[in-house]
Design a protein around this ligand. Structure first.
Ligand code: NAD
Length: 371
């Protein structure tokens, strides 16, 4: 019978990891990272922050200069630096892998690793095709490998605090959510090349980059989206993919609606989340911080407004916290938050792809249930 992981009930765990958990003198997790660009650097830093639990065994990148620079930075010997992923997988004994490449490579690399039972942290979007994402979920169910999708916004302190307030009825039942995640887009010096703007490599533009975070945070805070209608457009940039999108989403049985705005052409302005409930409001402003407003209705029907302090947990910022949780999870230690699962990646990709279809057809698209 499949054993259940103590950290996240319902998720099967591989026999190797169970053995590690039983052994107090646990060997370090041997980590590989494929794609050592901007976010690869963040993942590497996260592993390097846990020298007693993890060791960076090998890295891979098609860009030799970047590979060597990251190898030097994190002390990975030249013989453990690879320009071909297949070679790294064949020659190294890895317990854990971070997939931090352009989007189109997430599927083949994650599938190969998960198939071997390697705990795999996959950057968002999980894949660019829904069938591939669903296939990853099947591999995880079969292999028992640990897996997580890097939905880093779930690790932002005020979002975690907001979830607690929502779950405890702190604004009553939410009926409306607005998420606006927008900036100027991948700028020179961030990404290694122009792959974000190429359809074949990225699968989509601002929607798959920023919008996917927004969709996931809606799922996290309110529940599964059941249908979407959208406009997904290239308004300003001379690129192959979208640079702005607006989605209207329905949460079905939760009796809530939402709208999501994402973009790559935005000057500084509001970026964050607003949630309106029957008894209050949460404003999770990424620049100016959070507000929790409670509207208390008096017996005479008038409303008294109370400004409450949102108890935001103190601690590291979202990326280090995400990595901290992932490393501890792989090491069999308890983590303080629920981690985004493969199914969360599938669910969010389904909504993003449906939004693209809606924009093309002008129709509202139903989202199938993800088990
Ligand atoms: N979770 C987040 O907050 C967050 C933030 C930024 C990026 N991301 C995601 O991380 C991924 C990488 O984005 P980035 O900003 O680091 O881009 P990047 O361009 O900085 O890094 C990508 C790296 O992958 C390498 N690469 C390209 N093709 C490869 C291949 N076939 N095999 C191995 N390496 C290859 C590139 O040379 C580059 O070094 C994307 O999926 C992106 O959506 C997530």
């Amino acid at each position: 019978m499949m054993k259940l992981d103590p950290a996240i009930s319902g998720i099967p765990v591989s026999p190797q990891i169970l053995q590690l958990q039983r052994n107090p003198k646990m060997p370090k997790i041997r980590v590989g990272v494929v794609g050592v660009g901007s976010i690869g650097d963040v993942h590497l830093a996260g592993y390097a922050a846990h020298p007693s639990l993890a060791t960076i065994q090998a890295i891979c990148d098609v860009n030799r200069a970047r590979l060597d620079a990251m190898g030097e930075k994190y002390g990975v010997a030249p013989q453990h630096r690879y320009t071909k992923f297949e070679h790294m997988l064949e020659r190294e004994e890895l317990d854990c892998l971070s997939v931090c490449t352009p989007n189109c490579f997430h599927y083949p690399y994650a599938a190969a690793a998960l198939d071997r039972g390697i705990a795999t942290l996959i950057e968002k979007p999980i894949t660019i095709r829904l069938e591939d994402a669903q296939h990853l979920a099947k591999i995880v169910a079969r292999s028992g490998a640990k897996a997580m999708v890097a939905f880093s916004h779930r690790f932002i302190g005020m979002n975690i605090a907001a979830k607690k307030v929502l779950d405890s009825g702190g604004i009553g039942k939410p009926f409306m959510i607005r998420v606006r995640y927008a900036h100027r887009g991948p700028y020179p010096g961030w990404a290694q090349g122009d792959w974000f703007y190429r359809r074949k490599l990225a699968g989509g533009g601002a929607l798959l980059d920023m919008g996917i975070h927004a969709i996931d945070i809606c799922h996290y805070l309110i529940g599964p989206i059941t249908s979407v209608s959208a406009e997904v457009k290239t308004l300003r940039k001379d690129i192959e993919v979208d640079d702005n999108a607006v989605l209207i989403v329905d949460f079905g049985p939760a009796r809530a609606l939402g709208y999501i705005e994402c973009g790559w052409t935005s000057p500084p302005g509001f970026s964050g989340i607003e949630i309106y409930g029957d008894e209050g409001t949460l404003i999770l402003d990424l620049v100016n911080g959070p507000k929790w407003i409670r509207g208390v209705t008096r017996p005479d029907g008038t409303t008294r407004t109370e400004l409450r302090r949102l108890p935001v947990p103190k601690g590291p910022s979202h990326w280090p916290f995400q990595m901290d949780c992932w490393v501890k999870y792989v090491a069999g230690k308890r983590v303080p938050v629920a981690l985004p699962q493969i199914q969360d990646g599938v669910r969010s990709l389904a909504v993003a792809l449906a939004a693209m279809e809606s924009s093309k057809t002008g129709k509202r698209i139903r989202i199938p249930k993800v088990k």
